[in-house]
Design a protein around this ligand. Sequence first.
Ligand code: MIC
Ligand code: SF4
Length: 756
Amino acid sequence: MAFDIEMIKTLYSNFANRIEAARKVTGKPLSLTEKILYAHLWQGNATVAFERGKDYVDFAPDRVAMQDATAQMALLQFMQSGRTKVAVPSTVHCDHLIQAETGANADLAKAKDQNKEVYDFLASVSDKYGIGFWKPGAGIIHQVVLEQYAFPGGMMIGTDSHTVNAGGLGVVAIGVGGADACDVMAGLPWELKFPKLIGVKLTGKLSGWAASKDIILKVAGILTVKGGTGAILEYFGEGATSLSCTGKGTICNMGAEIGATTSIFGYDPKMADYLKGTGRADVAEAANAIATHLTGDPEVYADPKSYFDEVIEINLSELEPHINGPFTPDLAWPLSKFADAVKTNGWPEKLEVGLIGSCTNSSYEDITRAASIARQATAAGIKAKSEFTVTPGSEQVRYTVERDGYLGSFEAIGGIVLANACGPCIGQWARHTNDPDKKNSILTSYNRNFAKRNDGNPNTHAFVASPEITTALAIAGSLTFNPMTDFLENEKGEKIKFTEPEGIEMPLKGFAVEDAGFQAPAEDGSAVQVKVDPDSKRLQLLAPFAEWEHKDLNGLKLLIKAKGKCTTDHISMAGPWLKFRGHLDNISNNMLIGAVNYFNEKTDSVKNQLTGEYGPVPATQRAYKAAGVGSIVVGDENYGEGSSREHAAMEPRFLGVRAVLVKSFARIHETNLKKQGMLALTFANKEDYDKILEDDTIDIEGLLAFSPNKPLQIVLNHADGSNETIQVNHTYNAQQIEWFKAGAALNIIRKEFENR
Ligand code: MIC
Ligand code: SF4
């Protein structure tokens, strides 16, 4: 199935040499992360040692994966590159556009109808350019990648922040914007700042209610949503090898929530089992032959402090289940403290909905463990008090767990099985409620829980936990229920206490599937037509952005000074807006509508400096654009955290914002801004954020001498006639400065092609 064992073998045959070369230049034993990175250098063997957190390095990833919501923009860009076929194996996965409403079959049928234009576009572009196409219903990108494509020692990029999930199978898998994917598909190197390395040593062994999910929930509490920025987390130790491969995937998946570039585990027998179980015994065999290269050197793990930039140690034998939230994934509560936290903070105690599954937690093991709890309830004659939904990660998992009777166990307690898709996780959820603003609580086994994410309601308190904890609490219908200590009562008045969940890592009868939902591309796609209706509301061909005008940017208006958390969901909301992901003009109408205006504490209400009136952010920016006035967006810490969606960078670019100035950026978003020809700047002095006033007109100076490591100046012209100059930093290297000058990275690729 478009799976190239020969490519893997070729890569593996070069591994030893490449790692030896890296050891020579670094003069040190190597972590697994370094081995894989050095083995994927763009021009072959290492000739210099790279400085972590500093040097930009060109890599040659083995593979690209795109999900439907981001693939549209990635492929619209690729179509402009002038190439006839993708240069590396690539796939598209239709998972984000299916809305959860009544259940799998009906929801899927409706999605196919409503999104027909987009699915047809993606299918035909894939066919034309040699890209594997996973149809709607086939599953969630990261689960499908883990089952089909991930292999130990590989390097892949994907247009989704949870691409990192594949680290569970030993891949350096990194989430990127579509423009990055476009480069790699066009046969160009992929650039990344050589990451810092955080070692996570796992000792002991999980038991009872504690699951892999709890490891990452705990790590998120330690590192916070910013703590992984610029770093790769490498897990090792006896605790690491004791975890199932899919459990490792869960941990790596949620590394996105701490801003980590990616996370990884070394190759071990659990990975070999998973490869064999998913029909890839040949990959396991090839990996076994070079197993020592597919894990860190023993010296590194014996003395991690000397090799990693930071080391965290967690004893799995002592780990408690965790519940994180609300509103941020790093607010970590050990289960024993959670009920008190709910009461003290006045969070709604009633649990309205429990949702399990998603790309984070829908493995066979997850489903069987959660089902073991559901079965206990059924045996005691208890149904779930909360609404309860299950989203399988792939058709292969769904088919297998249905065959083995597990889906039935959820239905028996009143659960609904949703389509193999993102659904409520990305706000594709027609939630059954008569009050859309109601203060309420939900608990998911997903990964993100930013305000409004799941159902658009700012008052929904979303918490994140393992599937088994989510199931237990959904049965109890209460957030304050602790399944380890508390009792439930059935209709006969009998008191019931759950016994510990039990699961099976891999199906005893093996995985099975009737139609996995894959469509291979045409051998020669030159005759395939890609149609985009010029009147379409959902797809729009891209026009190139204008180049820089070779002068400083003067007279910019402050569009918004965003206060506090400003994730990509605040900048370009998903949910109802997902349908416009292929139409830049239409989706731009959601630009920054979720960001809080510092000056009036409101969302989607900013002052139009030309009229003095307050209005929605997109309309205000369109007014500036119409008047030919540039603008600037100011933000707080970790601006752009969360998703890889480049719409959060393309919308401001398209509407005429020239710069984004913040205290700090999330990695993917910063790169996305650079790629689209924007200025991504940070305050040299974070307190200068306070100097930005609502009526400021702003000049950016120093652009004629724009060069790496050289700060720029910003002049704040206040309304009272005074002005002050502040210094701002940037991380542009020479190449990235060229992107800015050209108006976007894609303009350079296009020109190179035209000049050929
Ligand atoms: C998400 O989990 O936020 C998404 C939706 O999968 C995004 C991608 C997108 O916005 O399309 C991500 O994580 O990158
Ligand atoms: Fe889909 Fe949610 Fe996973 Fe993103 S995090 S890929 S929306 S299931």
